[in-house]
Design a protein around this ligand. Structure first.
Ligand SMILES: *Cc1c(COP(=O)(O)O)cnc(C)c1O
Length: 479
């Protein structure tokens, strides 16, 4: 093969040289990322000044483009895989999956239909089976699909729930979620065209769990008004505090009321691989549908979400269309066309990275890493409790901990505490040494650490707390 711009081709030697340069860059990133600054910052003006140009008619030497990208693009992106990236939900990633993604892209495998790529479809079936088993969902009847992320998994779930419970007419349908449910659910509900009046946001209790009494009252009222309660969204691991809703109780209510039981486990569901997580998530096996997000706590690189369902037929009866241009690749019923199970037709081969990383490391390694994460958050809690400067606002739960600077020898009021903690977070982020932002719990500004990176050490956490204390002393309230 020769260089041929007419076919967008490089010669074999050029491909190798270029490919090795890319791999070298990735390996060097993996080898040095713990020591880099996790936080990138740049205004629109600054980014414009780096990148703004018309699409060039004439090509540039690929090596030059690559070097430019490595020095300007990659360095100006926050690293969610950094051990000191504590905010939102980090994405620790792993090298095997990165290479698997490279393979899937390199071979450009179409993971839509069986006929196009039987092995890819089979690997998706197999890995979904692994997940069904992990979560105690029925393996024979159950099914699922990999998506771009948790948001798409939730959208796929709610579309299915509505189709199965309401059929064509959803004018009276009502959906229930708690005030701690993830925003992607509300987004999905909006995408589906529900009116505001069809959404019930149920207040959570003091521990941020779904308020059962309020929920029951609400369902009863809606029935009296002739409405159709059709779906409930529980969360197993809220993004704010890691709280798991009372799944068994919610499952019982849904069963009694003939309501679709969706569990959003995008953040926390993977914790079922640890002993503690398994205890916390009792009842998860009762879900009609369950969102899992492997690009979070299953350590996969972006993008990879997953929806599991109790009955795979529910997906196919929601998403199957039979256009004439796909008639030759329909196949039989055991040979699944994943385009019939979700929204996308053309899909990348996401199952491969999950498959290769679990095969290479073994599930045991994942169990260990997740257990380590949960314990790290608990050790962090112990350090905070033993300190005169810190207050634990919500205890370590599923590797999330919420705390605030509240020195014992000052009697700061609420407003001042909010200001100090906001100040600490801003200073820490501006230092670029750690990604540590705030959230609101019962209206209080708190710092939140999500400790799902297996490369984060207790020393990293201690370092970061010291950094916070250093900045706290500089805050106007204290100086
Ligand atoms: C992250 C998250 C989502 C959204 O998932 P994406 O992969 O970001 O689309 C949904 N629900 C919960 C609980 C989450 O933590």
């Amino acid at each position: 093969m020769k260089t041929n711009p007419a076919t967008l081709e490089l010669s074999q030697d050029e491909m190798k040289t270029y490919g090795y340069q890319v791999v070298d860059a990735i390996v060097s990133h993996f080898a040095t990322q713990n020591d880099k600054m996790p936080v990138a910052m740049g205004s629109r003006e600054e980014m414009d000044s780096l990148f703004l140009e018309e699409a060039p008619e004439k090509g540039t030497d690929p090596k030059e483009v690559l070097d430019f990208v490595l020095s300007k693009v990659m360095t100006n992106s926050t690293n969610m895989a950094h051990p000191k990236s504590y905010s939102f939900v980090p994405g620790p990633s792993n090298y095997i999956s990165v290479m698997a993604d490279t393979l899937a892209t390199g071979y450009n495998i179409f993971s839509g239909g069986w006929v196009a790529s039987p092995a890819a479809a089979e690997l998706e079936i197999i890995t979904i089976q692994w997940l069904l088993k992990i979560f105690g969902l029925p393996q024979k009847k159950g099914g699922g699909i990999f998506t771009s992320g948790g948001s798409m998994a939730n959208l796929t779930a709610l579309t299915t729930a509505r189709r199965i419970k309401c059929g064509q007419d959803f004018s009276k349908a009502v959906i229930y979620l708690s005030d701690q449910a993830h925003s992607s659910n509300v987004k999905a509900i909006r995408v589906l065209g529900f009116k505001k009046e069809q959404i019930r946001i149920i207040p959570t209790d003091i521990e941020f769990k779904f308020g059962l009494n309020k929920l029951k009252n609400c369902i009863a009222k809606d029935r009296l008004e002739g409405l159709q309660p059709f779906c409930l969204i529980a969360t197993s691991g809220t993004t704010n505090t890691g709280t798991v809703d009372p799944l068994t109780d919610l499952a019982a209510i849904c069963k009694k009321e003939d309501i679709w039981f969706h569990i959003d486990g995008a953040y926390g569901a993977a914790a079922i691989l640890s002993k503690k997580g398994k205890q916390l998530m009792k009842g998860i096996e009762k879900a009609d549908s369950l969102t899992v997000d492997p690009h979070k706590w299953f350590y996969q690189p972006y993008e990879m979400g997953c929806l599991l369902v109790r009955n795979h037929k529910h997906l196919s009866s929601t998403f199957t269309e039979r256009p004439e241009y796909l008639r030759d690749i329909e196949g039989n019923t055991s040979e699944i066309n994943f385009y019939d199970h979700g929204i996308q037709l053309t899909r990348r081969f996401r199952a491969l990275k999950f498959y290769m990383s679990i095969k290479s490391f073994g599930l045991k390694a994942f169990r260990k890493a997740i257990t380590y994460n949960i314990e790290l958050a608990e050790e962090t809690e112990a350090i905070l409790r033993a300190s005169k400067k810190w207050e634990v606002v919500f205890p370590a739960t599923m590797a999330v901990i919420n705390f605030r600077y509240n020195p014992i020898d000052h009697n700061f009021n609420q407003t001042k505490l909010d200001k100090i903690n906001q100040f600490i977070s801003e200073k820490v982020v501006a230092s670029r040494k750690a990604l540590l932002v705030t959230t609101l719990l019962h209206g209080q500004v708190v710092l939140r650490m999500c400790l799902i990176n297996p490369r984060t050490t207790l020393d990293d956490v201690k370092d970061t707390l010291e950094l916070c204390e250093h900045f706290a002393a500089e805050s106007p309230e204290l100086s």
